[in-house]
Design a protein around this ligand. Structure first.
Ligand code: PLP
Length: 406
């Protein structure tokens, strides 16, 4: 017995990062050109080098050292917090009280949301294709992570399963958290339609009428890659909600600003109650102080700069080229998968493609022996199109088909 108080099911390394370590070792041993890396959700160019946006990093390189070195306020720079609201909502601000507290990436936002809005033993519900850390966090904090079927047969959000899971969760609990990763879900790329959001809100309203408390944590880590603006319309729907229906949005600078390692993001609270929103700000700032103290200062300052009218065009252009690159790779993947008769989750957009199979671990182990790296899960195989060039995608699909007996 070791000394730590490990929770069962939560020990061991993170799968994505441990497979990424294998990629690095394979590259060192066999040469970069002989390794196919479709693992992490980081954008890479066709040579496999991580993309770091010029618009962002030239500002970091020329920033005053004293500023980089300095602490940010615990809740984040005021201008940063205002900019997050502008960028996130554009013309779709909900009619509600809102506050923003900076966090180290979307991870910090989700962590603080779960910790403050679900008590020990309380249910945290999520679709069954989900980002693994949600579950790990729930195990770590003794929250009861439960999943429901994500898709109907024709790949729509399974609202019946959602309602059933919510009803079951609230049967013997007074509060619950629901995590929804949309738009641009990881790993499926799926974005709930505006009508599906209407239904989610309706289902939540039905439950809170009886005095239950529901917090929706909406993880929008991939929002900038999930459309050209129309994907933000649903935010407006969080206007005038009941006081016991709270919305938290987890904002991340990792993907949209290629700032993964700089750890910056924010948690945005939306509520019809002034008291609730003040309580939200207090809780988030206290959790920040107890866990990481302050967010990283430099990315907050850069976000503000990039959002200014005179700089926005420069950033938007870079973002558009990333989206175009993803689209080209996805087109190749979809065509190759169809040619090999591989069943995939329809590509809805975003960083990943997904192949459902219950043999994921066995197949990916075989692929690894050929230096082809992907991420297996109970639901299937995730392929990071963001990290892989078109030529490698063709080979990857061909080998995948071979091991899937296609
Ligand atoms: N949510 C999802 C679905 C993700 O895939 C990621 C990163 O991979 C995050 C949140 C959080 O990213 P970060 O903490 O780097 O902002």
């Amino acid at each position: 017995m070791t000394m730590t108080i490990k929770k069962s099911g939560n020990s061991g390394p993170d799968l994505a990062f441990s497979i990424n370590a294998k990629v690095k070792a394979a590259k060192a041993q066999f040469g970069k050109e002989n390794v196919i890396n479709a693992v992490l959700g980081t954008l890479a160019d066709d040579e496999g080098n991580i993309i770091a946006l010029d618009s962002f990093y030239k500002r970091l390189e020329t920033m005053d050292r004293g500023l980089i070195a300095s602490y940010a306020p615990i809740e984040g720079e005021k201008a940063f917090r205002e900019t997050v609201l502008d960028l996130l909502f554009e013309d779709n601000r909900p009619d509600a009280y809102m506050e923003v507290v900076s966090t180290p990436g979307g991870t910090g936002a989700i962590r603080n949301g779960i910790f403050s809005y679900a008590d020990i033993g309380d249910p945290v519900i999520c679709h069954d294709y989900f980002w693994q850390p949600y579950q790990k966090m729930c195990i770590e904090f003794d929250r009861d992570f439960r999943t429901y079927n994500f898709f109907t047969k024709d790949f729509k959000f399974d609202l019946t399963a959602y309602k059933a899971c919510q009803d079951e969760a609230l049967k013997d609990h007074d509060r619950m958290v629901s995590i929804i990763n949309s738009p641009g879900n990881n790993p499926t790329g799926y974005s709930l339609s505006d009508e599906e959001w209407d239904d989610v809100i309706k289902i939540s309203r039905g439950a809170v009428e009886n005095g239950k408390k529901i917090t929706l944590i909406i993880d929008v880590a991939y929002i900038e890659f999930a459309g050209d603006g129309e994907q933000k319309k649903f935010f407006k729907k969080f206007s005038n909600l009941p006081e016991n229906l709270m919305v938290l949005v987890a904002f991340s600078m990792s993907k949209a600003y290629t700032a993964y390692g700089l750890r910056s993001g924010a948690v945005v609270g939306i509520s019809s109650s002034k008291e609730e929103i003040e309580d939200f700000k207090d809780a988030m700032a206290t959790s920040a102080r107890c866990n990481w103290s302050n967010g990283v200062h430099a990315p907050q300052l850069i976000l503000v700069e990039l959002a200014k009218d005179e700089n926005k065009g420069e950033y938007d252009k870079e973002l558009a080229s990333l989206k175009a690159m993803l689209k080209e790779r996805a087109d190749v993947f979809v065509k190759e998968a169809a040619d090999h008769k591989i069943n995939i989750i329809p590509y809805f957009g975003g960083f990943f493609a997904f192949v459902p199979t219950d043999r994921a671990f066995e197949i990916t182990e075989k692929l690894e022996k050929e230096n082809i790296f992907t991420i297996p899960s109970a639901m299937g195989i995730r392929i990071a199109l963001c990290a892989t060039n078109k030529k490698d995608i063709v080979k990857l699909v061909e080998r995948l088909a071979f091991y899937m007996d296609k």
